[in-house]
Design a protein. Structure first.
Length: 445
């Protein structure tokens, strides 16, 4: 009897403890949390050491992954403009028109609702710091309260690239002096934004310069050093400086951070971006796996359990509904949304996971599930050895598993019907028309 009493007391205390622990966790996520989305430029999975990079070391990003969730199946469009259109609208390119670099510039604020306009009614102050890519107008025209941006890509030193001489900060045109490193200027701006808005919920879209070409020296480079490794390391260092700022402002425990690449590694660096000595299938601008498979990491101390690796299928349209879900914001109803919130999975819940992702660029597209990929041409690929190999399936109809996979993915494409949406008007490659017409190789924009 005495033992039973002790057992009852122990179970009661455990129940009470569990109850208050659950309430404490609920309290953490019921407050308006801050959201920081870090988007690295041209950073593929082969560039990040926690994904197995043979060449690069990214200890800060590795720590983000170690303290959070590292996703192995995070996808976005394989070029920067279409990728960012997916991210910011939560919609596929055939709906928004963001099918190529030039057509992203035709997206208008009266037609598309971007993340800042979704979060603002929920009480969020929003900022974009860095690359605005191919979007027209300014970030302010699309709902951002605060911004610092520049024209094009790869802006580091004003002495190295003419268009780096100019940038726009909250509507004011300014010149970058010869001594200032654009990534450092961006960091100073975001520190000011965080400091000013530390007492209210905020959304920061940190659109980094690194590691877009033309690769140039960093403030830490030395004569003869590997500049690509230097740039990857400096990007990692800037992420660390951001984390320190959050710690100093006592914001870290109330801030969700999502780190992602905007597309795969650029062509001229793809060969060095290997994993385990193996070359990856695809690179920036291609419809192969690593054109769109990108580093994707979620971190939130005390809320997201650390040390997790997830094979959850994510495409970048899922970011808008996930952020809205966390913020308690209403999803826009004006347009069809393609994204699906993965917030429950961040908390270890089952949620409503995707069964497939869809990727489009120019006049090409494919749908992919956990093992199979079907493209516009009707070719079925076995992806069981990705990201190193995509094996074309011959005579898929002769095998039940492959035939079922084909029919399932074909039905998905038939439902989406991208061919009935907005189609590429510039040759189908997804690139700038001016770049397509140039005979000599140019740095990718």
């Amino acid at each position: 009897m005495k033992n039973i009493k002790y057992l009852i007391i122990t179970l009661t205390l455990a129940t009470v403890s569990s109850f208050y622990a659950q309430k404490a966790t609920a309290k953490k996520v019921s407050e308006k949390p801050n959201i920081i989305f870090i988007l690295a430029d041209d950073l593929g999975i082969g560039d990040v050491s926690c994904y197995g990079s043979d060449q690069n070391k990214t200890p800060i990003i590795d720590q983000l992954a170690k303290g959070g969730i590292r996703f192995t199946h995070g996808y976005t469009a394989p070029l920067c403009g279409p990728s960012r259109a997916m991210i910011l609208t939560g919609r596929y390119a055939f709906r928004t028109g963001g099918v190529n670099q030039d057509m992203v510039g035709e997206i208008k604020p009266e037609n598309e609702i971007l993340i800042p306009s979704v979060l603002k009614p929920a009480g969020y102050t929003t900022s974009l710091v860095g690359k605005w890519s191919q979007f027209s107008k300014t970030p302010g025209d699309f709902g951002f309260d605060d911004y610092l941006t520049f024209a094009g890509s790869g802006d580091y030193w004003s002495t190295e690239k003419k268009k780096s001489e100019n940038y726009i900060e909250n509507g004011v045109n300014k010149k970058l002096d010869a001594q200032t490193y654009m990534p450092d200027l961006m960091h100073d701006h975001l520190v000011n934004f965080l400091t000013t808005n530390k007492d209210k919920p905020f959304f920061l879209y940190y659109s980094m310069v690194h590691v877009h070409a033309v690769i140039q020296r960093t403030p830490d480079s030395t004569p003869g050093s590997d500049l690509y490794a230097d740039n990857t390391a400096y990007m990692d260092k800037l992420v660390g400086k951001l984390l320190k700022t959050l710690d100093d402002l006592k914001l870290r425990k109330n801030t969700l951070i999502i780190f992602m690449g905007d597309n795969g590694t650029a062509s001229q660096y793809a060969d060095r971006s290997s994993i385990g000595g193996k070359k990856l299938s695809g690179k920036k601008g291609t419809m192969l796996e690593c054109g769109s498979l990108v580093p994707t990491i979620a971190n939130w101390p005390g809320v997201i359990d650390g040390g997790k690796t997830s094979d959850l299928l994510i495409d970048s349209t899922d970011l808008l509904p996930t952020f809205a879900d966390l913020a308690g914001a209403k999803l826009p109803t004006k347009n069809v949304l393609d994204g699906r919130s993965f917030l429950p999975q961040l908390f270890g819940k089952k949620g409503n996971p995707r069964e497939w992702i869809f990727i489009e660029l120019g006049n090409k597209w494919y749908v992919r599930d956990s093992k199979w990929k079907l493209n516009r041409e009707g070719e079925l690929f076995d992806m069981s050895n990705s990201p190193f190999e995509e094996k074309l399936v011959i005579n898929y109809s002769e095998n039940k598993e492959t035939n079922d996979a084909y029919n399932r993915l074909k039905a998905t494409l038939n439902t989406l019907s991208p061919e009935k949406g907005i189609i590429d008007n510039a040759g189908g490659s997804g690139r700038h028309a001016s770049n397509v017409n140039k005979k000599k190789d140019k740095v990718e924009e």
